[in-house]
Write a protein that binds this ligand. Sequence first.
Ligand code: PLP
Length: 414
Amino acid sequence: MLEKIIDSTTQVKRYNWKQTLLYFVESLGYKPIAKNNSQGENGFMNKLIHQGIEELVPYPPGKPIEELERELGIKGSIKLASNENPLGPSPKALEAIRARLSTLHRYPDGSGYYLKEKLSQKLGVNPEQLILGNGSNEIIELSVRTFLLPGEEALQAFPTFLVYEKVVKAAGGTMISVPLQDLSVNLERVLESLTEKVKIIFLCNPNNPTGSAFTLDQLQWFMDQVPKNVLVLVDEAYIEFSTIPGQHTAEPPIKSALGLVNRNENLLVLRTFSKLYGLAGLRIGYGIGPSTLVDYMNRVRQPFNANTLAQAAATAALDDDEFVAQTLSLTREGLSFLKGELDKMGLEHFPTRANFFLIKTPIGGRETYERMLRKGVIVRSMESFGLPEFIRISVGLPNENQRFIQALREVLGL
Ligand SMILES: Cc1ncc(COP(=O)(O)O)c(C=O)c1O
C-alpha cells in the first residue's frame, strides 16, 4: 500500500531539500510575499518561492496575554483562546523537568526510548508504532513531508484545524476542503470527494473548532471504503475530553481510533501533551500507526526533534492520574457552567465533545473578539476558520469562566 504514498527515497530526499530551503526563506521573514515582490525588478523570489508558499498567510495563533497587556497597558487579563489547560502544567511533569535540567548539555535521546516505552504500555501498542514530535503539529508536517509530493492532493472536512492546509500548501500540494454538514464531519461526503490524486485525508476528532465528533463505528466504515494507498490521519488532540463518562452531554463517550490502528495499515492517529497534560509550551506530541508507516516518517524527521525536557515531562505526566482527573472534572464543570450561561443569554452555541465552545454572536466574531480584548479577555475570532459570525472559547478556571460570561454580557448588552 505504501507504493503510492512513497515513490522512492530519492524523491523524499530531493523534496526535503526544497522544503528546508523554503523554511529558511520563511525564517528570514520573507513571508507572506506580495505578488509584486516576487515579480519585482530582480524577480529572484520567483525562483525560490512556489505558488503554495506565495498563497500562505502565517498561522494566526491565539493572542498571548503578555502581548495584550503590553499593548493596552493593563494587568490581570485572561486567555481562553488556545484550548490550553487552565490548571497549568502537570506537577509530576514539572518535577521531572527539574530533575533533568542539569543534563541539558547532552543531546536528547533521539529514539525517545522511555517515553515510547511508557506510551506503549499505556496504549497497548508496540514502541515501533510510535513517533514523537515537537508538538503534534510536527507529526502533521512529517506526514506531509514523508507522503505527499508537490502536485498531489489532500482532503479535509472544513472548518477544521488550520495547520493541515498550511502544511499541504507549503509542500506544493493542494488541499480539497469538504464542507462540514451542520458543523459536523460527514464521512460520506468526504469519501465522495476522494480523487485519484489524494494521498492524505485529515480528520480531526473531536473537530477543532466545532467540537463535534464521529464514532469509532463510523470511522471503521470509512476505513473500509478508503483505498489502502491513501493515508488517513485522525487527529485526536482533544479525544481525552470526550472519552470520559458523565460528560456534560448525555452522549456516550467517543472511542479513540487507536482501536483500529492494528487493523488498518493506512491509519495514523495523532495525540498531544499540550491539552490534557498542560504542556503546550514544551512542545511534545506523538503519532501511532503501523510500524511500516512510522518507519518512513522516522527516516524524514530530525534526529532530536523531541527535546530532553519534553520527553521527561511527558513520561512523568502519563503517571499523573490525579492531575488528569482534576483537569477532566474542571473541564466537565466548566462546560456545564458555560453551557447554562450561554443558554440563559440565548446565544447559539454548538454541542461540544472537547474543552472549548463555538459560539455565534450577534455582532460577529471579530467585533466580539476586539471588544472582549478591551476587557482583558482573550477569545478566538473564527474568521480565519471561515466562520465570521463565531468566536471559540476554551474552558478556563471557574473564576475565568465567570469573568468571560460577565464580559460577554457587557460587550453584547445582554
Ligand atoms: C486539532 C489540533 N491538532 C493539533 C494541535 C497541535 O497541538 P500541539 O501543541 O501538540 O502541536 C492543536 C492545537 O491547538 C489542535 O487544535
